[in-house]
Every structure is written in structure tokens, then in C-alpha cells.
Design a protein around this ligand. Structure first.
Ligand SMILES: [Zn+2]
Length: 328
């Protein structure tokens, strides 16, 4: 018996049979659009006592690993990245903002980067919309420090406020240093043109809140369940934040560390710390507190969703990422 001729897809197209057999050779365009693979979730829900918490991603930014591990000997840094199955010439940071819903209020911790430090930020609005939240729904935003990746989304492309109904809380010492004055960042390892753009992005991002920003000094309960903790060094006013409800807590370390691999499992110092000595003291205070009191930690730049614990071992620290949980 003769076998069936093998008809290739190319053959079908060439013989004009493609129209009749369209479902066999590929879906119509509308079908493909509706069933295009969607990206993974940009949000992660959990609870802190009575507070409903959701990490909402603004995306990522990418830089040279040396920026985030400035004190690392180059060969040790390359080895650590290689051992972690990561590229040695670039390092990706996440942008993990945190939404808190409690007592009928919605509070956002950090505004995120927009495109102030690269093209991969600015997903906050899409990811908020995916959980049914519009910018107008946000009652308050707490900024830990005024680097561009923490304030970028405050300002729309047209210069207007992206969160018109939100009270925006900003550390007073950062406002004085970056906004009221011309900041001297000459100590930071950045090329001059990058430094200028960095400062311009900060000033532009806070323009819509120039008159309305609520300035704070860390060390007290700013909003119910949101207590600020002085952690200056990375910037003059940087504030860590303790979220608390009942017996449950979450410690937001902001940019005390950029990366569990580079700044916790290895104790390398980030290059952008303006006052390295104060920053390393703040880092140690926060890590010691998290380890001693077994408080879960959220790192703004840690791999999404950025939640885990810090363990102390013989004077060194170890990051233990939390297990993913499906229930919120
Ligand atoms: Zn940052």
C-alpha cells in the first residue's frame, strides 16, 4: 500500500491550501491576540495582622554589579555571581512597592521608578489596575528616601500628579538635601552626566508635591501600623519602616541593602551610599533587629516579591527567602 504523501506546512502554503486548512497551520490573528501568553503576576498578597499587604511591582532596573557591591574584590564578585548562576556583567534589581489596606485606607510604601533609571520601570499602574486599584484610590504614599527609583512615578509625563488624592510623606532631611538645595553627589561612583540626570529626575519627580509633601523625621508612628526608623547613610534622610499589626511585623529595609546575594550573604558595600560609615551602621542595626526579633523583611530591590528573613551566623548574615504562599 502506498504511504500517505507527507505534506509540509510550506507545501500547503505554496499550493494555496492554507486558507482551507487555516486552523491546522496557525490560529487567526484575533485568536492569537486574545490567547497571547500573559506575563507573570506583578503582585503578591499576604497579611500583616489585620493589614492586607500586597507587593506591587514597578518592574526592574539593571546596572553593573559593581555599583551594588562596590567594596567587593572583582574576582570575588565574579565568582559569587557565577556561583549564583547569574551574569557577571549586569545585575537586575526589582522595584517592590508595598500596598497596605487597613481601616478603609490604602497606603503605598514607595512610588517606584517610572523610567528614571532605565526602560524597565513604570509598571506600577498596570499592576495596580490588575488588582482593581486606580491611582485616585491611594490615600497616602510613604517615601523612604528621594532617589529617583523611589519617587519616579509621582509625576506623570505631562508634569501633573500621578496620585492626586494621596498625601505624600517624605523624610525631611532628604527634602532639604535633594530638593531645597543642589545636592553634592560628587562622592558617588557615577559619571558626571549620569549624576546630573539623576538629580534632575529627583527634582522633576517631586514637582507635583512641591507644596503638599508632608515632611517627617523618622522615629515615630507616621500612620496607623507604619512606624519609621532612622537609617541615614545611603541618603541623609533614609528611613526604614516597621509595619505592625497585633503581634505581626514586617521590616522594610529600603536601600540598606540592594541584594541578598551582594549585601547580606556577602557583606559588600553598595556604591551609592552617600555616607558609607553611617550606612553600614544602619545596615547592621536593621539586620541585627530583623535577625534577633525574627522579623520578616521586605527589600525594595530584592528578587520579587522580596520577602524573607535574615539569620545571623557567627557574626555574618544569611538571607532566607520566604516560601511562596498562594493564600493571602
Ligand atoms: Zn533604590
Amino acid at each position: 500500500m502506498p504511504s500517505e504523501p507527507c505534506i509540509s506546512r510550506r507545501g500547503l502554503l505554496a499550493t494555496g491550501a492554507a486558507g482551507a486548512l487555516a486552523p491546522l497551520v496557525g490560529p487567526p490573528a484575533a485568536f492569537a491576540q486574545n490567547h497571547a501568553p500573559k506575563p507573570n503576576s506583578g503582585h503578591y498578597r499576604f497579611r500583616i495582622g489585620d493589614i492586607a499587604a500586597t507587593v506591587v511591582s514597578d518592574g526592574t532596573l539593571t546596572g553593573n554589579p559593581r555599583i551594588y557591591a562596590y567594596s567587593a574584590p572583582p574576582d570575588e564578585l565574579s565568582r559569587a555571581l557565577n556561583d549564583a548562576f547569574l551574569p557577571v556583567d549586569r545585575y537586575k534589581l526589582n522595584l517592590n512597592t508595598l500596598l497596605l489596606e487597613s481601616g478603609g485606607k490604602k497606603i503605598l510604601i514607595e512610588a517606584g521608578a517610572a523610567q528614571t533609571l532605565g526602560p524597565d520601570g513604570g509598571h506600577l499602574f498596570t499592576n495596580l489596575a490588575a488588582i482593581g486599584i486606580q491611582p485616585d484610590d491611594i490615600d497616602a504614599i510613604v517615601i523612604t528616601h528621594t532617589h529617583p527609583d523611589h519617587v519616579g512615578n509621582l509625576c506623570r509625563a505631562d508634569g501633573s500628579s500621578a496620585f492626586p488624592k494621596a498625601a505624600v510623606y517624605v523624610p525631611e532631611d532628604d527634602w532639604t538635601f535633594f530638593i531645597r538645595n543642589e545636592p553634592d553627589l560628587s562622592r558617588l561612583p557615577m559619571p558626571e552626566d549620569f549624576r546630573r540626570a539623576f538629580i534632575a529626575n529627583i527634582k522633576r519627580s517631586v514637582t507635583p508635591i512641591a507644596k503638599s509633601a508632608v515632611l517627617f523625621r523618622p522615629g515615630s508612628e507616621l500612620l496607623p501600623g507604619v512606624t519609621t526608623i532612622a537609617a541615614s547613610g545611603h541618603t541623609p534622610g533614609m528611613s526604614a519602616i516597621l509595619i505592625h499589626s497585633g503581634r505581626q511585623q514586617l521590616l522594610i529595609t529600603s536601600d540598606a541593602a540592594y541584594s541578598p546575594l551582594l549585601n547580606i550573604d556577602n557583606s559588600w558595600r553598595p556604591g551609592p551610599d552617600l555616607d558609607p560609615e553611617s550606612a553600614s551602621q544602619a545596615r547592621k542595626r536593621l539586620f541585627d533587629r530583623a535577625a534577633t526579633d525574627r522579623i520578616p523583611v521586605l527589600g525594595f530591590h530584592f528578587p520579587f516579591p522580596g520577602i524573607g528573613n535574615i539569620r545571623m551566623t557567627d557574626g555574618a548574615y544569611r538571607w532566607v527567602a520566604s516560601n511562596w504562599q498562594f493564600e493571602s
